[in-house]
Design a protein around this ligand. Structure first.
Ligand code: NAD
Length: 519
């Protein structure tokens, strides 16, 4: 049995949802391989979304503490970059094993702080683990290129070198997966890293830092600083930070992309989404309904790849009852409860916003097929619960359509043809993921070719690419050039040096002879 992680104990109580015995604990920063209590004057409460109980408190890291973290990272970088690449990969191999051993602890913490079901929380860890697996063989994507004889006797070759100190800024919805989208690739490529977890659920990142250290990562290569806007601004502004990986909402992403860019940093920003499914009349009934319900309401709709809009070609009528029945049958309760399908939303503000958007749909003329507002959850009266909800006859100009709801709400639109459906999807500003459900290869191929979205599913509702590919959101869902993980993620965290070398042999071959042969 894996031992209990000390960082987790220090950041709260990840192991059960029973009331705290000693009240909330201050989450500490992780700097130079040690937990450090912040001298912050301000703290943010981390709450259990199913109960509102305060689990821990996250510091607004001070400027001096932040600078100290960057100094540690900079110093660690100078030696880490020259640690043999196979040795860096071995740290990832050991990290894989440790994450497997501690998956239950990580998942319990995620459920406690974020609210998702334990099954979803294990998925959160597992999808991150897959990036660690990818990084364990990063050498393949670190390879450079060589052209012999660019002039006679002259060779040119390119090598990939790490950037220096890189930083990651994370959202609340995948507290393990998103840090693991970033740091395994950055670190294995030879960089050091500053991670700012979401202030809403920092526990999993803290546990991962401890596991990295146990896996053999030298102190200072990974550092965690907590906070909100001030910490983010410091990341954008600090001259020793060379690159920023961001995942979160549109507003924060655009801001960080601009502010980081102004300071000469490369930035990759994964942002919001409105992922559409197109349902053709020939789609398989049962599997399509199951896929839609899982993708729209699973993880309470708080996935950047959730299907939040469905376009029914030929109308929704023949699908309505089946989808409604499936959605109604999902069990809404605290994430650690037996049989839970839909957990709470992250905060009371989020619940109010989602309920307001459902109401706006009704007010603006949509048909409320299923209303999840006011759902009663026995034993969790103060949780942030909204049940699965379905709005039909939604139009592009409605608020429930052009806002990212980020809750268990499926907005449904109708189209007469596939062309019309594709136009609807391509007119929406985001371009993260999309899916088509059909039994026609020709329809699927047309969709794949014409859709202006970066990740496409064909009878697959949530087409998140495995880490040997990259996570390729487009348009409003992404700012930057190179996406996260996979070969392109490796390119993001490295830069190309091109060397031209002249080792032509001359008449004087003396340099090639062993000393003493002339005598
Ligand atoms: P968020 O933007 O509120 O927060 C993300 C991070 O940015 C946090 O660490 C936060 O402290 C920081 N931040 C927030 N506002 C800021 C500001 N004004 N200035 C500086 N920093 C700021 O996002 P969230 O609510 O935590 O996460 C949900 C969002 O993330 C959704 O929009 C979802 O679609 C998106 N998301 C996208 C992807 C993707 O890959 N495209 C993946 C997961 C989540």
């Amino acid at each position: 049995k894996a031992r209990v992680l000390t960082t987790a104990t220090a950041s709260g109580r990840p192991f059960s949802a029973t009331p705290a015995q000693h009240g909330p604990v201050n989450v500490r920063n992780w700097i130079g391989g040690e937990l450090r209590e912040s001298q912050a004057s301000e703290y943010i409460d981390v709450t259990n979304p199913a109960t509102q109980e305060v689990i821990s408190r996250v510091p607004q890291t001070t400027a001096a503490e932040f600078d100290h973290a960057v100094e540690n990272a900079q110093e660690a970088f100078l030696s880490w970059r020259n640690v043999a690449l196979p040795q860096r990969q071995r740290v990832m191999f050991r990290l894989q094993e440790l994450i497997r051993q501690h998956t239950d602890e990580l998942a319990a913490n995620i459920t406690l702080e974020q609210g998702k079901t334990l099954a979803d929380a294990k998925g959160d860890v597992f999808r991150g683990l897959e990036v660690v697996e990818y990084a364990s063989g990063l050498a393949r994507d670190m390879m450079g290129e060589l052209v012999e004889n660019v002039a006679t006797g002259l060779d040119t070759y390119s090598i990939r070198q790490p950037l220096g100190v890189c930083a990651g800024i994370c959202p609340f919805n995948f507290p393990a997966m998103v840090p693991l989208w970033m740091l395994p690739v950055a670190i294995t490529a030879g960089n050091s890293f500053i991670l700012k977890p979401s202030e809403k659920d920092p526990g999993a990142a803290m546990m991962l830092a401890e596991l990295c250290q146990e896996a053999g990562l030298p102190k200072g290569v990974l550092n965690i600083v907590h906070g909100t806007n001030d910490t983010v601004n410091r990341i954008c502004d600090h001259p020793d930070i060379k690159a920023i990986s961001f995942v979160g909402s549109d507003g924060a992403g655009r801001y960080i992309y601009e502010r980081g860019g102004k300071h000469g940093k490369r930035v990759q920003a994964n942002m919001g989404a409105k992922n559409h499914a197109i349902i053709m009349p020939d789609a398989n009934r049962e599997s399509t309904i199951n896929a839609l319900a899982g993708a729209a309401f699973g993880a309470a709709g708080q996935r950047c790849m959730a299907i939040s809009a469905a376009v029914f070609v030929g109308g929704m009528d023949s699908w309505k009852q089946g989808l409604k029945s499936k959605a109604e049958a999902l069990k809404v309760t605290a994430g650690h409860e037996e049989g839970a399908d839909v957990g709470p939303l992250i905060s009371p503000e989020s619940k109010t916003r989602v309920e307001g958007l459902i109401q706006s749909g009704v007010d603006q003329g949509a048909e409320l097929v299923l209303d999840g507002r006011g759902v009663e959850v026995a034993g969790y009266q103060s949780g942030n619960f909204v049940g699965p909800s379905i709005l039909n006859k939604v139009k592009a100009e409605m608020d429930c359509y052009h806002s990212e709801i980020f809750g268990p709400v499926l907005v449904c639109l109708e189209a007469d043809t596939l062309d019309e459906a594709i136009e609807i999807v391509n007119d929406e500003q985001h371009g993260n993921g999309t899916a088509i459900f059909t039994q026609s290869g020709a329809a699927a191929r047309k969709f794949q070719n014409e859709i202006d979205v970066g990740m496409v599913g064909i009878n697959v509702p949530i087409p998140v690419p495995l880490p040997f590919f990259s996570f390729t959101g487009w348009r409003g869902s992404f700012a930057g050039d190179l996406p996260m993980y996979g070969k392109q993620g490796c390119t993001f965290f490295t830069r190309t040096k091109t060397v031209t070398a002249n080792w032509k042999s001359t008449d004087d071959q003396a340099g090639m002879r062993a000393p003493g042969l002339d005598s």
